[in-house]
Design a protein around this ligand. Structure first.
Ligand SMILES: NC(=O)C1=CN([C@@H]2O[C@H](COP(=O)(O)OP(=O)(O)OC[C@H]3O[C@@H](n4cnc5c(N)ncnc54)[C@H](OP(=O)(O)O)[C@@H]3O)[C@@H](O)[C@H]2O)C=CC1
Ligand SMILES: O=C(O)C1=N[C@H](C(=O)O)C[C@H](O)C1
Length: 265
């Protein structure tokens, strides 16, 4: 499968380049960065620390997408929405790992999925997607006397909060309770907040150091507390998930898919 990495010089971009090179049946055919990036014209393989791949980083995605089967996108919301339109035009697979997407962005991705095969997830790891299933089950089983709180910690460079994973886990909890997360999520607390409302789903975000990504979903009930935790130790697990998603989507019809579809959960 001929793959393009957008955001090629980013933390995830470099690991995606490495992961594609290590994966049988995949080949890097393009690497994109924004205009003005210092990475432009550099070899993608050298950028990723794996030696020459003879694929130069460019800021012109259109001709690159036209000669590719799929694009792996861990960039920023505005960029992802623009790349989705181009992927739809080229009728290729678009794997979206970017987080911080807002309702308007999702609407535009869904429109692009009429022509592209989009696989989108706030977390591409097997572990988190399994955890989402466990959270859904726990939320459905325990009922409202158990308060749900989701805590996440990430490295100091992360720009969005709550994390995409925290929101994915929140959606799983809301689905288990058969409620809308948008109606019941509490994303910050400060000052005299009053007592917690039963049925709310709370979020807390910590930022610091080099933490790859940690998430805990707490079910705090009368006299007991259950905590379900995932700790990511290496970004390679997200990159492996993204490449797996691209390979899975290769022969699928245009549409909007998630990692749960890819993993069969
Ligand atoms: N779903 C998942 O499993 C995971 C998701 N993520 C998400 O992926 C995203 C990226 O994370 P990370 O790699 O740490 O961030 P980085 O900031 O290290 O990388 C993002 C890269 O995208 C580039 N970029 C931004 N806009 C454009 C554009 N218009 N065209 C081309 N390149 C562009 C950035 O360039 P510049 O620096 O010049 O802005 C940067 O090189 C985040 O939203 C993060 O939350 C991360 C890990 C796992
Ligand atoms: O920005 C990151 O680093 C990560 N982002 C994703 C998220 O927002 O949940 C996935 C992972 O936790 C790392």
């Amino acid at each position: 499968m001929r793959l393009v990495v957008v955001g090629a010089a980013g933390r995830m971009g470099r690991i995606l380049i490495r992961t594609i090179a290590e994966t049988e049946g995949c080949r890097l055919v393009g690497a994109i960065e924004r205009s003005g990036s210092e990475a432009l014209e550099h070899d993608a393989g050298l950028l990723a620390g794996i030696g020459l791949l003879e694929v130069n980083v460019t800021d012109d995605p259109l001709p690159v997408f036209a000669d590719a089967d799929g694009v792996l996108d861990f960039t920023a919301p505005a960029a992802t929405v623009a790349f989705a339109a181009l992927a739809a035009q080229a009728r290729i697979v678009h794997v979206v790992g970017t987080t911080g997407l807002q309702a308007d962005d999702f609407t535009r991705l869904e429109a692009a999925a009429r022509h592209a095969r989009i696989v989108q997830s706030g977390n591409m790891s097997v572990g988190v997607n399994l955890l989402a299933g466990l959270v859904r089950k726990a939320a459905a089983t325990l009922g409202e006397e158990f308060d749900i709180e989701i805590a996440e910690m990430h490295h100091r460079m992360k720009v969005d909060a709550p994390s995409g994973t925290a929101l994915l886990l929140g959606e799983a909890a809301a689905a288990g309770r058969q409620i809308s997360l948008a109606d019941r999520s509490v994303r910050s607390r400060d000052g005299h907040t009053g007592a917690r409302q039963s049925g709310d789903i709370g979020f807390a975000s910590l930022r610091g150091g080099t933490v790859v990504g940690e998430h805990t979903v707490m079910f705090a009930g009368p006299g007991e507390r259950i905590e379900l935790t995932h700790r990511a130790e290496d970004r390679t697990l997200f990159a492996r998930g993204a490449v797996k998603a691209a390979l899975w989507a290769f022969d699928k019809k245009p549409g909007y898919y998630t990692m749960a579809d890819v993993l069969g959960f």
